[in-house]
Ligand binder design. Structure first.
Ligand code: MSP
Length: 636
């Protein structure tokens, strides 16, 4: 059985969840949902890191006991994730008694193996990082992460012989180049490893910090933060004897931000090796979101944190933005403007339009039922199908190697191709001619199939949107049961299935700027909305020169006039030109008309054609041939 196990860092509870925590957790959720879609049995772990100086200090500042404080803060994290459509299988807390037991078990094991020793140590300590720093690690004498000088501290403590694992780790990273990804972070770890590694201080005397896990071999000490926190990845899956541990550990992938690369890239492998546990499969390291915390929200008029924007703009839109905007591994900027722009361009315009145009036309031309492929596909249909199938392969390749934004770009290129196809094929023209009905069936079915594939592919990123799309396409499966291999097979929709037109998937966000722009815009003549058409399509229109023989006003209508026009035969045409062209001015005039329009009834009178006129503001000007042309003369 294919299994997948993904973890996020466990977050410190001295601050509330913010965009950075949300990003890591959403990426892990996307990766997890993708693996479900691929048919894997998955396990997704997140949680909170609750011991240590910083937390104890935060509790003190809040005026409550550490336990009460961490309970409250951990609860906030736990409640945040479902609100972002995150579906973790387990939420671990370092204060869970099971976790404490496992930490003590590992400590004892490593101690018994002689890999932990007791020693006096004097050094430079950063309270923010909760660790000692070597002089050469400081930048201008300051901690590079906290931009504060460390304090000198001397105490006897327990140390883990990390230095002993340096050569083994270098060898492992050489033999498994994809272990730490993207490569820039592997290189960073490799370059750390060019300098001699220090041993790792793993304890703190109880009299200085009681808010930790007691060392099993010395009750006067509690364990140091990393030896506690990192082990969550094991305790959560019932290390050492649980079935979950046996099944999942060999396939574990950690997601972290670049700030905690060193503990995960160096301490953790050494700890695992010392405890006789195999190395993780992948460490996936992402960059940082740069934000302008506390900036005013333009559209909502209040101070918001980026995370607060999620419910305002929609969870799926928020998730899409984070995954599309950041190239995994690199830093990115978060701004409300950029979020709105993506919503309007990618979601409302591209995806939303494709979906609503497809469904509206299916409703109109096929009574809301999925048509069969009517005629044989032509080259356009085949090209769109190939594009779609190509997109599926790119998507399948990109996500496992962390190319989330590339996978989304590929999906959006496919959406773009489908929108162009609509403009080009112009189903509304096909619908005018009953002989082209089989062609119209093929065109609409092709579009429905593309929409279905898109609905499946967006599932890990936008689960609610995916569910909505598939439901409206009449797909019965729940999103949790979707399988990429089965559910993106071309032609898998069922003929005759009812589709639901419904509302637009993503309404456009009206920004102040957009509203202002609209106000300033002079109402000009409507933008030409004509799509580009084939010569072949144009040739289907039968344009003729006609001579008006009779003209009379249609009773009770201001606009309509009933005409008898000679086009080699006599035609009755009802035209909406009476306001500018009184009937008496029309007889004897030559006009240009469309001769093969489906007959319609206007005010109860049949009309077999349409007179062409140019629209000039309020005015209508008849299109006429140059000189006299024999009635019925063809226009090409
Ligand atoms: N408790 C430790 C992790 C222990 S894991 C065994 C910790 N906690 S934290 O609350 O500080 O979370 C750090 C993580 O939050 C980063 O690694 C990253 O996943 C996420 N982010 C925090 N700020 C971030 C950004 N500005 N941008 C992107 N992600 C960042 O470290």
């Amino acid at each position: 059985m294919n299994r997948f196990y993904v973890t996020t860092p466990i977050y410190y509870v001295n601050a509330e969840p913010h965009i950075g925590h949300a990003y890591t957790t959403i990426v892990a959720d996307v990766m997890n949902r993708f693996h479900k879609l691929m048919g894997f049995t998955t396990f997704f772990l997140t949680g909170t890191d609750e011991h240590g100086d910083k937390i104890a200090q935060a509790a003190q500042a809040a005026g409550i006991e550490p336990k009460a404080y961490v309970d409250r803060m951990s609860g906030i994290f736990r409640q945040t994730w479902p609100k972002l459509n995150i579906e973790n299988d387990k939420f671990i807390r370092t204060t869970d008694s099971e976790h404490v037991k496992v930490v003590q078990y590992v400590l004892q094991k490593v101690f018994d193996a002689g890999e932990i020793y007791f020693s006096a140590y004097k050094g430079l300590y950063c309270v923010g990082c909760e660790r000692f720093y070597a002089e050469r690690e400081l930048v201008d004498g300051k901690c590079p992460d906290h931009d504060r000088p460390p304090v000198e501290r001397e105490e006897a403590n327990y140390f883990f012989r990390m230095s002993k694992y340096q050569d083994w780790l270098i060898g492992h990273l050489e033999a498994n180049p994809g272990c730490i990804r993207p490569e820039r972070y592997r290189n960073e770890v490799v370059s750390f490893l060019r300098e001699p590694l220090e041993d790792l201080c793993i304890s703190r005397p109880v009299e200085r910090l009681a808010w930790g896990i007691p060392l099993p071999f010395d009750k006067n000490y509690v364990t140091y933060v990393w030896f506690d926190a990192l082990i969550n990845y094991l305790s959560a899956i019932d290390y050492p004897d649980g079935e979950l541990y046996r099944d999942l550990w060999p396939v574990v992938q950690h997601f972290i931000g670049k700030d905690i690369l060193k503990p995960h890239g160096i301490y953790w492998p050494a700890m695992l090796k010392a405890a006789g546990i195999s190395m993780y499969r992948h460490l996936n390291v992402h960059g940082y979101w740069r934000t302008d915390e506390g900036k005013m929200s333009k559209s909502h008029g209040t101070v918001v944190r980026p995370l607060d924007l999620a419910p305002l703009y929609g969870l799926d839109a928020f998730r899409y933005f984070l995954l599309r905007e950041m190239a995994f591994g690199l830093d990115a900027n978060f701004s409300e403007e950029a979020l709105v722009q993506r919503i309007n361009a990618d979601l409302a315009n591209d995806l939303g339009n494709l979906f609503s145009r497809t469904l509206a036309m299916t409703a109109r031309y096929f009574d809301e039922k999925t048509p069969p492929f009517g005629s044989e596909p032509d080259s356009m249909d085949i090209a769109l199908r190939e594009k779609t199938e190509d997109t599926i392969s790119q998507y399948r390749e990109e996500i496992p190697r962390l190319g989330f934004h590339k996978a989304l770009t590929a999906v959006w290129e496919c959406i773009g191709a489908a929108n162009k196809y609509i403009d080009y094929v112009a189903p509304w023209n096909l619908a005018k001619d009953a002989r082209l009905f089989p062609r119209l069936q093929t065109v609409m079915r092709t579009l429905l199939e593309v929409n279905k594939v898109v609905g499946v592919l967006v599932c890990p990123f936008m689960p609610s949107t995916s569910a909505k799309m598939l439901e409206r396409l009449g797909v019965e499966k729940k999103t949790a049961d979707l399988r990429l291999a089965e559910d993106t097979v071309w032609g898998s929709l069922k003929e005759g299935t009812r589709v639901i037109k419904g509302e637009s998937l993503f309404p456009r966000v009206e920004t102040d700027k957009a509203k202002e722009k609209k106000k300033m815009e002079v109402p000009a003549s409507p933008a030409p909305e004509a799509p580009v058409i084939d010569m072949e399509v144009f040739r289907q229109v039968d344009l003729r020169v006609g001579l008006i023989k009779k003209a009379e006003k249609v009773p009770k209508s201001e606009k309509l006039v009933k005409l008898i026009v000679d086009i080699g035969e006599e035609r009755q045409i009802v035209a909406g030109i009476a306001k500018t062209h009184p009937p008496e001015t029309l007889v004897g005039r030559q006009v240009v008309l469309v001769a093969n329009l489906k007959p319609v009834k206007l005010m109860g009178i049949e009309s077999h054609g349409m007179i062409l006129a140019a629209v000039d503001g309020q005015e209508l000007r008849l299109v006429v041939p140059e000189g006299n042309v024999t009635p019925g003369g063809k226009i090409s």
